[in-house]
Design a protein around this ligand. Sequence first.
Ligand code: 13P
Ligand code: SF4
Length: 324
Amino acid sequence: MTGALPTAASLYERVRRVIPPIEWPAFVDDIDAILALKRERNAVVLAHNYQTPEIFHCVADIVGDSLALARKAMTVEADVIVVAGVHFMAETAKLLNPGKTVLIPDLAAGCSLADSITAEDVRLMRQRYPSAPVVTYVNTSAAVKAESDICCTSGNALAVVKSLNVPRVIMLPDEYLARNIAAQTKVEIIAWKGRCEVHERFSPADIRELREAHPGVTVLAHPECPPEVVAEADFAGSTAAMSDYVGRHKPARVVLMTECSMSDNVAVEHPDVDFVRPCNLCPHMKRITLANIRSALEENRHVVTIDPRVAERARWAVERMLFV
Ligand code: 13P
Ligand code: SF4
């Protein structure tokens, strides 16, 4: 038996805790149009945990952290994949689905980490440390992935490093992720100098102030935060790991040291948890809107393409990670 098809009106119940009634009418037309366009075009929307709730809870078919999006992208049967996320995520979806149309609603949705390193930089690192394999964070261009031995995400970085069974690895490009992983292993980690512009702004002083203002609050941090922040947090993990932590531990009050929409999206699932919200916005993630998801489907834009010679090598590094 198939249930009634969703409409914007039927979806509001889901997000009413995080979208005030006064804001909702502005979303209705685009949501209904996107739901119809997805059926017409046999399309799915993949949305990262940092997308706003009207995207994440109302038009997305597949949601998660970078690792989950990559894994689930491999099983998509639709003809068209719209990525509600940033450009490297759309490239990863294309690498794993070379025969499908992959669309990114705004080509300028970048990432400060992806911008911090080029393929030439990776080649130079290899020359400097010839025996060390290159572990590359998925927050990079396909050209950088193509120069790498294996990719990782914040969700599997430690497992990827351990899987290589070597005394020393190069881990690019997030300096803080590399240092946070180095704190958990004896493997020597050679880092790059990239930073996430959202997570580098959190400080240990922020955590101390939060604990003072909200006694008993549980502090969760993303591993792109500085190591001093991770050291003061109660738990550090990928966006999916933070979400799982809230589901498993049900803290009375929690703060997520990460991008702002994450708390909204997790709060929808856990009405009994109180979310304290100092957060930082990712301007790149916020370039994706219902309006440009709709235009992406209506006008078939912007089609993600990757040079086949680059794609073959980059796909190998991504797929290798998925088997760890
Ligand atoms: P996750 O892989 O944890 O979802 O992180 C992606 C990201 O861009 C964090 O800033
Ligand atoms: Fe890149 Fe940071 Fe934005 Fe994630 S939050 S997409 S790492 S700039």
